[in-house]
Design a protein around this ligand. Sequence first.
Ligand code: GRF
Length: 199
Amino acid sequence: MPIAVLVSGGGTNLQALLDAEGSGTLHSGTVTLVISDRPGVFALERAAKAGVETLTLDRKALGREAFEQALARTLQERGIGLVVLAGFLSILSASFTDRFAGRIINVHPSLIPAFCGKGFYGLKVHEAALVRGVRLTGATVHFVDSVPDGGPIIDQKAVRVLRGDTPETLQQRVMKQAEWVLLPRAAEKVCRDILRGRG
Ligand code: GRF
């Protein structure tokens, strides 16, 4: 099943998906397209190095409407079966997520419903976890619907917060021990379920 990965930054979650294809963890789907909502992000270089086609749809330049129209058209034309948001920072409208219901998944760097929703992304999530003093945090993979980080949860993985953690050290551990493990497994599961007519 053709998979499109939507990115906005460093692309470490994209890299985890590409590596999972290599190791066989991800075998029911293939990353055939990487789409960035902004130019010049390192995720695009990771894709190019892996021989995966890339496309930049500059959301700032296009505006939401034209961005989502171009995105929907591209996904349709390429027969994309699963869309994976991997460090993707744009919020997709309800009409867009309704159109692709059950076909878009996202990885969020906390145990939803903690530290999620509007304004909780990247380092801000880990800063909030440290301020609250939680002992456990982690990552969540979920279906994307009209509520930011609100869709049905697919899987979660807990990560212990260590004394002396900074937002950066906590982010690295959550990515390594949770995000990069969860996302490929979830992509494989959802592709398999869709192919079996369960998706
Ligand atoms: C990281 O904060 C990660 O936790 C979240 O998006 C950010 C960048 O991810 N999912 P990536 O390295 O671009 O995949």
